[in-house]
Design a protein around this ligand. Sequence first.
Ligand code: HEC
Length: 116
Amino acid sequence: MRLIVLAAAAALLAGPALAADGAAIYNSQCKACHGAAGAGGPAGPALKGVARRKVASAPGFAYSAGLKAKGGAWTDPNLDAFLTNPGGFAPGSKMFARAAQPGDRAAVIAYLKTLK
Ligand code: HEC
């Protein structure tokens, strides 16, 4: 319960400062696979415009069958669930990285929304 309240508070505070924190988290935990500023990398799909994009829809990336079968779009709750536990969100996902801290996820999601 307390976590839900904290997550809601974090979402309300979402703004430039949060996105800046998210950029630092992205650069240390996501960039190696997803490329600088979400340009896409050798091991991960491009994340430019990922917010609200259809799940598993970056052109030219060979997604897992599990993520392709998931359907839907990358809403905030879906991004939060995926980053919490990719294999729980989409069984068989090829992404094994996760962001364990709710605050880190809120920040990195705010940053993903700036990638256009
Ligand atoms: C070790 C490499 C690796 C790291 C590190 C990594 N990812 Fe991923 N990511 C992947 C792969 C591979 C996929 C495709 C998963 C699949 O096909 O099941 C993916 C998929 C995604 C997707 C879905 C994209 C789409 O087009 O549907 C998002 C969002 C995402 N990653 C965000 C992140 C964030 C944020 C981080 C940092 C906290 C991160 N990833 C760290 C490899 C990585």
